[in-house]
Design a protein around this ligand. Structure first.
Ligand code: GDP
Ligand code: MG
Length: 443
């Protein structure tokens, strides 16, 4: 997602690169490009106007034009303002003091309410060892109840339903009673949607809202619908005073407009994003990470989180220690390769690394299991001493390793080079600085 926007924003700012000094007209031209990029990405017009004004003011106020590295400073301002536009920090799910915490899903038909209800139940189970109950209150779509039951079965969460002949209000009332009896700590109510906002739907949702006083009313909107998603959010918010938004289908070919506008327009936080059809594809929304992703600076924190989830804790700590001490060696490299292989498609992972997001070289990276096997062969042909001290790998040692692993010498050289750049990158990452931006500006 967002490739088009990322490319255009980068292009807009590339013009400033290398300039020791930026003239007013350079700045104006850049801002015009940024404005067009955002509008083309279907960001709300008013939001764009405010954004551009803010960035321009700050750029002038900060004396960027006189400063040492104007391009970098402007990237930083754009990054910060994009982050603000999306809400600054992640907002956690509301939680009630006494059980159950009640979450009501709302949204148009097909937005992803039922799927998200299941994803959320799974997340609560996984992360809080919660015992949620799902309530099937969509009686209008014939298959809706079946669908929720299937989702519930998949995530092993009970589903309360009374078929399609009972009024949703009564279903919710009975479902709540059931949850109290069973001491469920969360109740997630899957409601009906319509193709468009209409009175009957809103009345039904408002009645349910008044009955159960949800701790959380999550509006589910489809990111692919761009500005329509924003309008929908406004409509629902006016009627229900929602507490948060879930933006689904961010994995699809979206331009970014919804993600960038919803917070600014409704003043309600995006709490989660759906990034796929699988029930594990629900992520907490982090405005700062999203901004970096949009700017093509990579989503390094998500990468680290993903890595840590698949690493065991001890191993992660060891690796961090190695990065700090700069003692990363070929044994770690091999471990790393195997971990990466376990984590899924390498391309997805590489995209999260700063400077890699739009790196054309990425297109040539193909890391199939065979490659890993070759890397393994090469590393196993090193002596223990060589693995621990890659610096001693002189040409004659390299030739011996090539013979031993039956791989061409060029490949051995290439791999050593890869290793060195990985080490360098890790070193940069561990210094936790603006590696991403530097990378972007220098690439
Ligand atoms: P509802 O009518 O609001 O309950 O929507 P559903 O939960 O039935 O979802 C409608 C369709 O969107 C289904 O085919 C889902 O698999 C799909 N869907 C939901 N969330 C996502 C997402 O984050 N990414 C993708 N690719 N598909 C999604
Ligand atoms: Mg549904």
């Amino acid at each position: 997602a967002f490739e088009g926007l990322t490319e255009r924003l980068q292009k807009a700012m590339r013009n400033l690169r290398g300039k020791g000094k930026v003239s007013e007209s350079d700045l104006r031209a850049t801002m015009r490009e940024i404005r067009l990029a955002l509008l083309e990405a279907d960001v709300n017009f008013g939001v764009v106007r405010k954004f551009v004004k803010k960035v321009q003011e700050r750029a002038k106020g900060a004396d960027v034009l006189e400063g040492l590295n104007p391009a970098q400073q402007i990237v930083k301002i754009v990054d910060e303002e994009l982050t603000k536009m999306m809400g600054e920090t992640a907002v956690p799910l509301n939680k009630s003091d006494k059980i159950p915490t009640v979450i009501m899903m709302a949204g148009l038909q097909g937005a992803g309410k039922t799927t998200t209800a299941g994803k959320l139940a799974l997340k609560l189970k996984d992360e809080q060892k919660a015992r949620p109950l799902l309530i099937a209150a969509d009686i209008y779509r014939p298959a809706a109840i079946d669908q929720l039951q299937q989702v519930g079965a998949q995530v092993e969460v009970p589903v309360f339903s009374m078929g399609t002949d009972v009024d949703p209000r009564e279903i919710v009332e009975k479902g709540m009673a059931q949850a109290k009896e069973d001491h469920n700590d969360y109740v997630i109510i899957d409601t009906a949607g319509r193709l468009q906002i209409d009175e009957k739907l809103m009345d039904e949702l408002k009645d349910i809202q008044e009955m159960v006083h949800p701790d959380e009313i999550l509006l589910v909107v489809d990111a692919m619908t761009g500005q329509n998603a924003v309008e929908t959010a406004e409509g629902f918010n006016d009627a229900l005073d929602i507490t948060g938004v879930v933006l689904t289908k961010l994995d699809g070919d979206t331009r970014g407009g919804a993600a960038l506008s919803i917070r600014a327009v409704t003043d309600k936080p995006i709490k989660f994003v759906g990034q796929g059809e699988k029930l594990t594809d629900l992520d907490v929304f982090h405005p700062d990470r999203m901004a970096s992703r949009i700017l093509g600076m990579g989503d390094i924190l998500s990468l680290i989180e993903k890595t840590q989830k698949d690493y065991d804790q001890k191993q992660a700590e060891e690796m961090a220690e190695k990065m700090r001490e700069n003692t990363f060696d070929f044994n770690d490299f091999l471990d790393q390769m195997k971990q990466i292989q376990k984590m899924g498609p390498l391309e997805d992972i590489m995209k999260m690394i700063p400077g890699m997001a739009n790196n054309p070289a990425l297109k040539n990276v193909n890391m199939d299991p065979k490659d890993i096997a070759h890397i393994e062969a090469v590393i196993y042909s090193m002596t223990a001493q060589e693995r621990e001290n890659p610096d001693i790998l002189n040409p004659s040692r390299r030739r011996r390793i090539a013979r031993g692993s039956a791989r061409p010498i060029q490949e051995v050289n290439r791999m050593i080079k890869q290793f060195n750049s990985m080490k360098k990158m890790m070193n940069k990452m561990s210094n936790g600085n603006m590696a991403g931006m530097e990378n972007m500006m220098n690439s």
